[in-house]
Every structure is written in structure tokens, then in C-alpha cells.
Design a protein around this ligand. Structure first.
Ligand code: C2E
Ligand code: MG
Ligand code: MG
Ligand code: MG
Length: 289
């Protein structure tokens, strides 16, 4: 129909565009009070040692339960919150919530997990340093158990490099999230003592499909090795991807193959033991599916 007449094309699509814009506007304004209304929660996705599939940490991920709409995914509301500035108080809440939760878990014995918190480029301002320090103090969490995830995009501004340096001085760890998708120069890698590169899910998805598709993850793993950084693979969904990452020398990962992000109550059961059995070892396929 769109082909026959430009006019009907407009008539067909405009209401949809209009609805989308309206929805964004509604979400945008609703987001303002989401924190106060208690509509935001954190879910946690285990980060595992790829050798034995045992959890060594978690990544905190925001969820917004907005009654008229349902659950709004972060990709839909974090950008809006960045536009309005609401991400600043929300991000502060995330920091306190995640550190407080982790420090209340597993006080003794076992491997102490780390918690990774995503920080928006908008939050990467000098005042963030004091906010992180306050969260560490009120939670009594050891600084090295907090991993602050920043994106390459945030590091395009050199002013944010000083913020990262000051965060490092607190003793927290810094991860570069979605590494390889950000178009930024890699200069910061030699200037900033970051700790971890997270290989974006898009590069993991095609692993095991041949040489060319492996070039990027292979290069990132090599880069991390030569810089002495740890490397974390995101979005591992299959045994083939898991196996290949091990062969390439990647030691840490997260993905649906091991566990989806889950509410804190469900995580308690996972503290001990592997989340999956190694591909090829056969034994426990049943418990996996
Ligand atoms: P991210 O930090 O790269 O988080 C990883 C995303 O990949 C999460 O999506 C996670 O649920 C998803 N994921 C993990 N394993 C798999 C897998 O095996 N397969 C697939 N298909 N997906 C997997 P989520 O929770 O929807 O979050 C999306 C993005 O929203 C995050 O990407 C992060 O950039 C942002 N975000 C989430 N929470 C926060 C927050 O507290 N603050 C800020 N500033 N951004 C956040
Ligand atoms: Mg992340
Ligand atoms: Mg990521
Ligand atoms: Mg991502």
C-alpha cells in the first residue's frame, strides 16, 4: 500500500510515530517519580569463572516496573533518564542498593563476590567520586569488591579520565563495558589504569563460526593480556561459545548459558557450586536445560 501512494504511507505511519513519541514523553515524565514510587529494582546476573562455571561476582542491572506499562527494559528508559538527568539520582540509588546488598551477603567463608555497577556517561562527573566513597562507607564493602563499569563513549571526553583516576584511588575496579563498540580512541588504555575489558555480546554471538568473526574477540583477549587486564565475555549463550572462549584464553564470562539476571532472593541458592557443566564433559546436561 505504501508503494501506491505517498499520501497513504504518511496516513498509515504517522499515528504510529505519534504514538511512539507520545509514549516516550509519558515514560520520560513518569520516570521522574519512579524512584520515589519504589518502581525501580535491581536484578543480578552472575559472572562466572569459565574454567569451573562457579560464580565470582554479579552485575547489577536496573529494572523499572511501571504499572500501566509493565516492565520497561533499561535500553528503553536509561537513555531517557540520561536526557532528563534523572539518571543521576537513579545511579546513586543503584550504587547504594548494590553495595549494601552485596555486603550483606556471605559475610564469611567462600569466595567474596564482586558487584559490577553500570555508570552512565552523565554520571561520570567529579561528584561521583564522593558518592562512590559514601556508598562504600555506608555499606562497609571492601572497595576492590566494587567494579564500576564505564563505556568507551564516556571516555571520549578527557575530563572524565580524571574522574576514573580518582575512582581508582578509592580502590574500586574499573571495567570498560561493551568494549569494541564505542568508536573511541584507545589512548585511555595506556593513560588510565583500568582493570577489565568486557567484550560486547555482539562479538560473542558469532564465535565458533570461523576465523574472520573471531578476529575481534581474539584481539581483545590478546590486548587485555598484554596490558595485564582481565577480560570478561558478555552474552555467552552456547556451549560452543563457552568452549571457544576458553580456547582463546578468556577466563571470565556471563550469559544465559550460566544464568539470567535474577532478583536477589533467587541468587542466594547459587552461592555454592558451578552453574553449568563444561561442554564435552557430558555429565549433567539434564540439570543444565
Ligand atoms: P550491559 O551493561 O552491557 O549489560 C548486559 C546486558 O546483556 C543486560 O541487559 C543483560 O541482561 C544482557 N545479557 C546478559 N547475558 C545475556 C545473554 O546471554 N544473551 C542476551 N541476549 N543478553 C544477555 P539489560 O539488563 O537489558 O541491560 C541493558 C543495558 O542497560 C546494560 O548493558 C547497561 O548498558 C544498561 N543498564 C542496566 N542497568 C543499568 C544501570 O544501573 N545504570 C546504567 N547507567 N545503565 C544500566
Ligand atoms: Mg554492564
Ligand atoms: Mg555490556
Ligand atoms: Mg550492552
Amino acid at each position: 500500500r505504501a508503494k501506491r501512494s505517498g499520501k497513504s504511507c504518511v496516513a498509515t505511519y504517522e499515528p504510529q510515530l505519534h504514538r511512539d513519541a507520545l509514549r516516550r514523553l509519558e515514560l520520560r515524565s513518569a520516570l521522574g517519580g519512579a524512584l520515589e514510587r519504589g518502581e525501580l529494582t535491581l536484578v543480578y546476573q552472575p559472572v562466572v569463572d569459565l574454567v569451573d562455571a562457579e560464580p565470582i561476582g554479579v552485575e547489577a542491572l536496573l529494572r523499572w516496573h511501571h504499572p500501566p506499562v509493565g516492565t520497561v527494559p533499561p535500553d528503553a528508559f536509561v537513555p531517557l533518564a540520561e536526557e532528563t538527568g534523572a539518571i543521576v539520582p537513579i545511579g546513586l540509588w543503584v550504587l547504594h542498593e548494590a553495595t549494601a546488598w552485596l555486603s550483606g551477603q556471605w559475610p564469611a567463608g567462600g569466595r567474596p563476590w564482586s558487584v559490577s555497577v553500570n555508570v552512565s556517561p552523565v554520571q561520570l562527573q567529579p561528584r561521583l567520586v564522593g558518592q562512590v566513597e559514601a556508598a562504600l562507607q555506608s555499606s562497609a564493602l571492601a572497595p576492590e569488591r566494587l567494579v564500576v563499569e564505564v563505556t568507551e563513549q564516556a571516555l571520549m571526553r578527557q575530563r572524565s579520565w580524571d574522574v576514573v583516576r580518582d575512582l581508582k584511588r578509592l580502590g574500586v575496579r574499573i571495567a570498560i563495558d561493551d568494549f569494541g563498540t564505542g568508536y573511541s580512541s584507545l589512548a585511555y588504555l595506556s593513560e588510565l589504569a583500568v582493570d577489565q575489558l568486557k567484550i560486547d555480546r555482539s562479538f560473542i554471538a558469532s564465535l565458533g563460526n570461523g576465523e574472520r568473526t573471531e578476529a575481534v574477540p581474539r584481539a581483545v583477549i590478546e590486548l587485555a593480556r598484554s596490558l595485564g587486564l582481565s577480560v570478561v565475555a558478555e552474552g555467552i549463550e552456547t556451549d560452543a561459545q563457552w568452549q571457544r572462549l576458553l580456547e582463546l584464553g578468556c577466563r571470565v564470562g556471563q550469559g544465559y548459558r550460566f544464568a539470567r539476571p535474577m532478583p536477589p532472593g533467587e541468587l542466594a541458592d547459587l552461592v555454592d557450586g558451578p552453574l553449568a557443566s563444561r561442554p564435552g564433559t557430558g555429565a549433567t546436561q539434564a540439570e543444565v536445560s
